[in-house]
Design a protein around this ligand. Sequence first.
Ligand code: IYR
Length: 215
Amino acid sequence: MTATVPLAFERLDEDTMRERAERFLAVARRRRSVRHFATDPIPLDVVERCIEAAAQAPSGANKQPWTFALVTDPEIKRRIRQAAEAEEREFYGGRAPQSWLDDLAHLGTDADKPFLEEAPALIVVFMQRTSEEGARHYYVHESVGLATGFLLAALAHAGLATLTHTPSPMGFLGEILERPEHERPFLLIPVGYPTPDCRVPDITRKELGAVVVRR
Ligand code: IYR
């Protein structure tokens, strides 16, 4: 048993709780996946603070099985774009079953991924399947998923746009970013400002009644 410390927890009055829940819901509602990024620079110190927020997520046995590669080097972004587009051409050109392509049609996506160069930063989230020494990690997908959720929320809250991009397969990210064998790419997240004329698909989220069951 490790030593314990007093919990830092503030009980809020209910009106304050409601106000904060509403404000966070507004941030979550406004967040949309963006595929058209301005090339304007972004404050990287803000992005780093958001990565720190992500790294506060709970994880199996507190192993914190994640690495965030923050990529701003134009040459590395170019290599990532080239490799991603090569995989995506295979995906759109026959690897994906027609039913999958049908499900994506309303998003208007294709194999061209200019945002991988246009966005001023890419965050590549890696999951550590084991520790560097080969010790066991637990609930790795759940843990890294939680940290990634924290990251997307923190970036949206800080005023930055993101895309959750999953070129498949994405083993090339470990190679280009020279990550060790025990790490596997989890998600590729372009970060930046949307272009002024950015448009997004006209989609909606399910209403509360469709996602909650009360017992
Ligand atoms: N990885 C491809 C295809 C794609 C798959 C899903 I599921 C999406 O929600 C969106 C796209 C691409 O990025 O184009």
